[in-house]
Design a protein around this ligand. Sequence first.
Ligand SMILES: Nc1ncnc2c1ncn2[C@@H]1O[C@H](COP(=O)(O)OP(=O)(O)OP(=O)(O)O)[C@@H](O)[C@H]1O
Ligand SMILES: [Mg+2]
Length: 293
Amino acid sequence: MSDQAEALRQLATSQASADMTAVPRSARFITVCSGKGGVGKSNFTLNFALALQQQGKKVLIFDADLGMANIDVLMGVSSRYNVYHVLRQEKSLAEVIHHGPYGLPFIAGGSGIADMFAMTDKDVSRFIQQMEALASDLDYILFDTGAGLSRENINFITAADQCLVVTTPEPTSVTDAYALIKVVHNNHPEVPFTLMINRAGDAQEAQETSSKIILTAKRFLQLDISLLGYVRDDQSVSRSVKRQVPFLVGFPKSEASRDIERLAANYADVPFKDSGTVHKGVKGFVQRFLKRK
Ligand SMILES: Nc1ncnc2c1ncn2[C@@H]1O[C@H](COP(=O)(O)OP(=O)(O)OP(=O)(O)O)[C@@H](O)[C@H]1O
Ligand SMILES: [Mg+2]
């Protein structure tokens, strides 16, 4: 009996101290991008989000690829509503959140994002309020963008807290990744970059690839790029795409899954202040995205 009372007292005390130390949080906005298309951004975003979730983080994917949004296809989940319905005020932001494997929340892509630029200031504030409510309960929002430098992509990149550039070791992908970094940096020197090498043959190839980009950026742009790591080239990835199941779910023991888990563990461990991210908050994100003051 007294043991039970003691246990309850301890629980109450620990709960009280947890409440007192709880600070309102707001998600970090991370844009996943690449110079060249087809380098593995969407698969990376999806599986990285699941791996971060395994680390106890709260993550949401926002499919920001306007032309060929396909995060839902990769999960085999259909999505009826997207951000377009929010902008048209047919749905609230919370109502367009769908759920993938392990309950992973995502907002499907749609061509509606282009409509955001025509929003009135009142619509923008309403949208900011809804985003704030969403972000207050999350650690990360990952934006999966289309390749290259469309106007929307540049806006996502410059609005977010961190730009995560994905490249493969192929020279064409490497030069395009560098070109993207260079153009963004020259116009928006405040954007922090992190690099991820996908489809690496081995650790050495990943290292050589990342060094090329990091050293060139340092030398010619005086820009420091942090390195997230690499994911190996692994047939499980295309197999899981065909099955419409994330590889972390369909092939949890594969090389790609182990690599992603390693990246997520390291990433989740690093405090935001040391991860090269700047935190602009939701308002900063939306205003920068829409280029409003
Ligand atoms: N680590 C990997 N190992 C082997 N194959 C991979 C790997 N990552 C991606 N792929 C292959 O690359 C294909 C394209 O991946 P994905 O759709 O994620 O690229 P993307 O960068 O999002 O493309 P887009 O630019 O069209 O949006 C996958 O269907 C898969 O076959
Ligand atoms: Mg994609």
